[in-house]
Design a protein around this ligand. Structure first.
Ligand code: ZN
Length: 211
């Protein structure tokens, strides 16, 4: 189970993942938009210098959550779609960073059936997120509706309270990961969210791809 020794307020987040989110926001919103949301989130120190590209855990997770919230509030009703786009772009930065590793995995994947590819990419993502951060706990579950990626330590909604699932960036990254592994678009829906009181943020990769 998730390690209980640290309160969510004290969770730390991987520098490279925060950096990828900031670059992705700049790509999707443009530099002026990025500046606005960084200020809104109280993170103006990243305007000229995003976190370093390493796997150290120097970023308070609440800051990552605040950045997500700032984008959501900036766009209002359009926030969900924008955050999904930002999540997709974030995953692509991650792939670039690990080009060699992903290249090898991609070649192996071509030999597998679709369902195995989905399971593979979800499990690998969970494993690598847990290996860089000891507080992270993720399970990949197989359900009749499809695979579920369950993050018990989700950083997107860390310490927030909401009435709707709010981890749109995460859903976007997962759908881009699945697309990378399968070559197809699958609907990824957040069916439970920690910010609504659930024990994990659960992302369902729906069976049957959409065209
Ligand atoms: Zn969440």
């Amino acid at each position: 189970m998730a390690r209980e020794h640290q309160e969510p307020q004290e969770w730390r987040f991987t520098n490279a993942l925060m950096r990828q989110a900031i670059l992705a926001i700049g790509e999707v919103m443009g530099e002026p938009g990025l500046k606005v949301v960084l200020r809104q989130a109280g993170l103006e120190r990243y305007v000229d210098e995003p976190p370093p590209n390493n796997l150290d855990q120097d970023t308070p997770t609440v800051e990552y959550a605040a950045l997500n919230q700032a984008v959501e509030e900036f766009y209002g009703r359009a926030g969900k779609g924008m955050l999904q786009r930002i999540g997709r772009a974030s995953f692509r930065y991650g792939v670039e960073e690990q080009a060699m590793l992903m290249g090898v995995a991609g070649t192996a994947l071509k030999l597998m059936p679709q369902k195995t590819r989905i399971k593979f990419i979800l499990s690998q993502t969970a494993k690598s997120l847990m290996s860089v951060n000891e507080d992270t706990y993720i399970e990949v579950q197989e359900t009749p509706q499809g695979f579920v990626f369950a993050d018990f330590t989700c950083g997107v909604c860390c310490c927030r309270k909401t009435e709707h699932p709010t981890c749109h960036l995460y859903a976007g990254s997962i759908s881009e990961a699945v697309k990378w592994a399968t070559g197809q678009d699958y609907e990824v829906r957040e069916i439970e969210c920690r910010a609504m009181g659930a024990e994990a943020c659960r992302f369902l990769v729906a069976e049957g791809s959409q065209e």
